[in-house]
Design a protein around this ligand. Structure first.
Ligand code: ARG
Length: 486
């Protein structure tokens, strides 16, 4: 009766493959934990429980962790040297098997940990069954995810450094190339293309700092926390921690298996970095729009339209612009999984991995695409120069001149400049197009000297304050970054 009900359920719900009876089967009992089980899981139980479809990505970390664990077990005399040697050879062979694509991954064995362990026992017999002494999948998975995240941080850090280098190289090249600086996406003051690019180098350097902070905090080994309470075996957690490149073992076994804040920090650092990249990507979309025409991307980073032959679409930029969707999604997803979870381990935490993997892989793609676009893009210098002078962009320079030369309080200078802008606008000229007589009608003390500050070149040259846009500053800053990144 019960079986019929379950089978009926199977027919009305699709995730269960038709060739798998959705009923318990004694032959399928998992030998890793099935001692008290008479029957195996229903097919749907197996489907929801298994993580092998995605956690196989951690096979290298799993083998590394097991090698360190086995070496420690032998060192303290929990297993024999012969068993350790057999385990080492077996795990090495399994690594080669996975690498070559010949490993028989099994969903019935749930996850990467049990797949590798079962295969080990298949290959080396008895010794394989001793590997899991003084260890649990709870500390094992906590270890593997930390190792994977640490590897990902190292890879991403190198990529962020490369993007910074690309920005700094182009900034050095364009330290004196003027362009409009914007606030509210309205022309504000002239700046230089180099200065604009270096703003991203600053953001990305803080992204590297966040990754480094995250790495430093995650770099403690949870291995040896066992299921949750530690173990009575005389293990040496310092030895495994050191062998795996950790600074020290974690200090509380419950925390070790229950916590994923290292992953949350990692995802948060990824989300912030992706957000920075998306801002640049959006600027590329704007700049390459023909109405702006500030930069051109080559065929290498644009695509055509199948119907509109004139089109050159900035698809790479658009996709980089979109990546925070899934990366921030992974952060919010894991925060939500962890929220309210009672200590210690809960199977909920198996849901940490796909988000971490996806975020890291997509950030890597976004970084590579950004580095490519930065190296590819060609600024349309004449067009940016022309735009930099439009929209009364040197009005602040005029106001500053009134303060410096006529000792006007800044607020009065701002007001007088506003009247001059309105006058010029009414006459259809820019500020330098007003005659001195027309200017003196607004502020009688103005002299010819004012024309010296109304050009775009003079405007950017004057901004020599620390961190300012003056080409000399920008060139020095670009050089400094290139040296630091060398
Ligand atoms: N696949 C599991 C995960 O990713 C491994 C840990 C399972 N532990 C357990 N007690 N069932 O979280």
């Amino acid at each position: 009766m019960a079986a019929t009900a379950v089978i009926h359920h199977r027919e009305t719900s699709s995730p269960v493959p038709d060739d798998q009876p959705n009923i318990a089967n004694a032959a399928d009992v998992n030998s890793a934990w099935g001692g008290r089980y008479a029957a195996g899981p229903s097919a749907i139980m197996q489907a929801i429980n298994a993580s092998i479809g995605f956690d196989r990505k951690m096979w290298r970390q799993d083998i590394r962790g097991s090698l360190a664990h086995a070496a420690m077990l032998a060192h303290v005399g929990i297993i024999s040297a012969d068993d350790e040697a057999a385990i080492r050879e077996g795990l090495t062979a399994i690594g080669a098997e996975i690498e070559a694509g010949g490993f028989p991954f099994s969903e019935a064995l749930e996850d990467i940990h049990m797949n590798i362990e079962a295969r080990l026992t298949e290959r080396i017999g008895e010794a394989g069954k001793r590997l899991h002494t003084a260890r649990s999948r709870n500390d094992q998975v906590a270890l593997d995810v930390r190792l994977w995240t640490r590897d990902a941080i190292d890879g991403l850090d190198a990529q962020v450094a490369d993007v910074m280098r690309a920005f700094a190289e182009r900034a050095a090249e364009h330290a004196g190339t003027v362009m409009p600086g914007f606030t509210h996406l309205q022309p504000a003051q002239p700046t230089t293309f180099g200065h604009h690019l270096l703003a991203y180098v600053e953001m990305l350097s803080r992204d590297r700092g966040r990754l480094a902070d995250c790495r430093a905090r995650l770099n403690e080994s949870p291995l040896g926390a066992a299921a949750l309470c530690g173990t009575g075996f005389p293990i040496d957690r310092h030895m495994t921690a050191e062998a795996l490149g950790f600074d020290r073992p974690t200090r509380n076994s419950l925390d070790s298996v229950a916590s994923r804040d290292f992953a949350l920090e990692f995802l948060s650092a990824c989300a912030i970095c992706a957000t920075h990249l998306s801002r640049f990507a959006e600027e590329v979309v704007i700049w390459t729009n023909p109405y702006f025409n500030f930069v051109k991307l080559s065929d290498a980073f644009t695509t055509g339209s199948s119907i509109m032959p004139q089109k050159r679409n900035p698809d790479a930029a658009e996709l980089v612009r979109a990546k925070p969707g899934r990366i921030t999604g992974a952060l919010v997803g894991l925060l939500t999984v962890m929220k309210g979870l009672p200590l210690t381990y809960g199977k909920d935490m198996q849901e940490d991995k796909e988000g971490i993997f996806d975020a890291a892989e997509n950030l890597a793609l976004a970084l590579a695409a950004t580095a490519g676009m930065v190296r590819d893009l060609q600024p349309v210098v004449g067009r940016m120069q022309e735009a930099a002078g439009a929209g009364f962009s040197t009005a602040t320079d005029l106001a500053d001149w009134l303060v410096r030369e006529l000792k006007l309080p800044f607020r009065d200078a701002h007001h007088a400049t506003g009247r001059l802008v309105a006058k010029a606008e009414g006459m259809g000229v820019d500020l330098a197009g007003l005659t001195i007589t027309e200017m003196q009608a607004v502020e009688p003390r103005i002299t010819d000297g004012v024309f010296g500050v109304l050009s775009v070149a003079a405007s950017v040259r004057s901004r020599t304050s620390h961190g300012g846009t003056a080409p000399g500053n920008v060139a020095a800053m670009a050089k400094d970054w290139l040296e630091r990144l060398a």
